[in-house]
Write a protein that binds this ligand. Structure first.
Ligand code: OKP
Ligand code: ZN
Length: 354
């Protein structure tokens, strides 16, 4: 199996995020990706492929081009108003700040108002290199897609920053461009048939859900901490099943706290049966390993032993598969858990060379 990784992720290097009004060091740090890369480099059965640069038009297929334009300029135009390297919004476009027909009004003259227009939380800072790093994460995912389509097999994109909380015109939850959504939309277009995104990150991928909510070319299925207690709180409930042509094309499984290996694997197997019944022709996996028992921001209880069988369950589908990295914040076991999952989905044996 091939994996893809770009050192350009290092350009996104915020020192702080604001939680509960307090600047804190932040969990989504560059070291995460370096840890995963180091672990995968040790595995002789995983081969690193060459990352290509893709045209922005692929991103514009799922993101509002106005947001893409904005993200490119955001840091520079907000910089004069911030005492720190990071820019973090203070006013947000809450749903209550619009009446029908006004939701699209972008305050072009006020950089910080524009920042709040496109953001939904204070944990997603923008630094000088955020745009370039985010573009590189999309390049990483699309390079993996290219390989999966060429071989009909599995490829992994070590994307950073992650993407599944980013919607068409909204950043948040450490996410800027939705790597999985861009990849799935392009995969469906290239294969000429519907594809699935299976999101196994601890958090609900509200952005991915929103992007495809009324579409029947991408089936979105997610298992995640129930939004009544877990970020992003306002989406991810089991009754959100899609609308219009997309009705029945969204599937949320809410997990109680402390769900462990056996129950998780049972529920994942059922999700994969649902995916199978959709007759999709390709799969994108949003892989977060923040389901791990030692994850500092999550409350599930998966052990290290869960990730290999979790990956292997996807082999039932026998479809071109792109795995893209989302979350996972325990810096001790992050790398081994990702590697185990990849060996499972890649059809390698459990142990593997050291
Ligand atoms: C990004 B990804 C918990 C606050 C949560 C944001 C979490 C973003 C997760 N007290 N902060 O889905 O891993
Ligand atoms: Zn997560």
């Amino acid at each position: 199996m091939r994996w893809y990784f770009s050192p350009k992720h290092l350009l996104h290097d915020p020192d702080r995020e604001v939680r509960a009004g307090t600047p804190t060091p932040g969990y989504e740090v560059a070291r995460r990706a370096e840890i995963i890369a180091a672990e995968l480099s040790r595995d002789e059965e995983l081969h690193r492929g060459e990352v290509r640069a893709y045209d922005r038009r692929v991103i514009d297929q799922v993101h509002d081009p106005r947001m893409v334009d904005w993200l490119e300029e955001a840091w520079a135009e907000c910089r004069p108003f911030s005492e720190h390297r990071e820019i973090i919004p203070d006013v947000y476009r809450h749903a209550g700040l619009s009446v029908p027909g006004t939701a699209g009004r972008e305050p072009l003259q006020k950089p910080l108002a524009r920042l709040g227009f496109y953001s939904f939380d204070s944990m997603t800072p923008i630094v000088e290199g955020t745009y370039e790093a985010s573009r590189s994460a999309v390049d990483v995912a699309l390079s993996a897609l290219e390989h999966a389509l060429e071989t009909g097999g599995v490829a992994y994109g070590l994307c950073r920053p992650p993407g599944h909380h980013a919607a068409s015109a909204m950043i948040g939850g450490y996410c800027y461009f939705n790597n999985a959504a861009v990849t799935a939309a392009e995969m469906a277009r290239r294969l000429g048939g519907p594809v699935a995104i299976v999101d196994v990150d601890y958090h609900h991928g509200n952005g991915t859900q929103s992007i495809f909510y009324d579409r029947d070319d991408v089936f979105y299925a997610s298992l995640h901490g129930a939004p009544a207690r877990a970020f992003p709180y306002y989406l991810g409930y089991r009754d959100e099943s899609g609308q219009g042509a997309g009705h029945g094309w969204n599937h949320n499984v809410e997990l109680e706290r402390a769900v462990a290996d056996e129950e998780y694997l049972y529920l994942l197997a059922r999700v994969i049966e649902v995916v199978h019944a959709k007759n999709v022709v390709g799969v994108v996996i949003s892989l977060g390993v923040d389901t791990y028992m030692n994850d500092p921001i999550s409350d599930l209880a998966l052990s290290k032993a869960a990730y290999f069988p979790a990956g292997r369950l996807f082999r039932e589908l026998a479809l071109p598969t792109v795995v893209v990295q989302e979350g996972g914040y325990d810096q001790v076991d992050l790398g081994v858990n990702v590697r185990s999952f990849l060996r499972g989905v890649g059809g390698l044996d459990a142990a593997g060379p050291v």
